[in-house]
Structure formats: C-alpha cells, structure tokens
Design a protein around this ligand. Sequence first.
Ligand code: S3P
Length: 172
Amino acid sequence: MKHKNNNIVLIGFMGVGKGALAREIVRQNTSFYTLDTDDMIESYTNTKIKKIFATAGEDAFRALEQKTADWLANSVKNAVISTGGGFYKVNNLKEIGTVVYLKADFEWILNRILNAHNAKKKLKKRPLFQDPKKAKKLYDERLEGYEKAADIIMDVSSDEFSKIVEKILKAT
Ligand code: S3P
C-alpha cells in the first residue's frame, strides 16, 4: 500500500520502540530518512518535551503536534516518521503516510523500558510515564484508537526487529 508521499508513520505507545525501529528501517532501506515528531517539536521550540508539559501544558503540546502533522503532510516525502505516543490523534494522520501501529502488551513495553541500559533517562523524559499505573490506564484507553488509526498493525513483541522491518517494508 504505497502512499503518495511514500512516508511510513510509526504510531504506538510510549516505549514500544518507534524510534529504534525507524532507525532500523532506514538502515535496511537507505532510500528513506528518519524524522521524529518529538525531536522536531523540541527543535523548533528549543524546549524539552518535559518542560513544555510542565510550563505550557499538555494541550499546548498537542497543538504543537498538530502543527508538526501539517508540515509533515504538506512537505515531507520518503521518510520514516516515528511519533510521540499521542500523535495518532492529529486530524490528518493518514495524509502524512502509511500508518503502522506498533503493538505490544503493556507489560512487554514496561519491561523494555525498565531493562534499557538508560532506563532512568527513558522514564524521566516521559511526563506521562511517571506512574506505571496511570500509564497502564492510558494504554488501555488508547488501544482501540491506535488500531482504528492504523493502516497496518504489527505485533512487535513476537519477532526480532530485523524481521519486523522486513515485514513493514514489504507491506508499505
Ligand atoms: C506522549 C508520548 C511521548 C511524548 C510525550 C507525550 C504520549 O513520546 O510525545 O511525552 O502522549 O504518549 P514517546 O511515545 O516517544 O514516548
């Protein structure tokens, strides 16, 4: 299912591995380049996500995500775009590219974060993952939304990254 912009948009919960997978896709197919919506927002606001949440608030952050989505839809081609966990709610997601939902159980995600060599840093930069109970609630609330927003659903807990990349490249 090739999109007119030839972009692949990775959506899914915090910590599922959207950034790592985007980098792996580009390693296997060098005609793509990667972008990350959180990095884009931090770059053009010159402010860390954590600080945006703390000072401007979540609604302001969501507005920045929408602005990023508009840029991506209008100006970006041939990119693998990893997104923040709430980015799937922008109103023009499908205009950006083929939407791939990276799916895994909450427990798998939690273990992936806690077992990372930089676990503390990974947790610290994510304001909505401070309390695992609250994060689990958010995960449950979003599950259906992710599935509805997706063109393709990939279970990332069952295969090696390289295998998942192969499958994504075949399907997009
Ligand atoms: C968020 C996920 C984060 C980041 C922000 C909000 C969310 O991105 O955009 O902290 O609402 O799930 P990651 O999915 O990369 O952690």
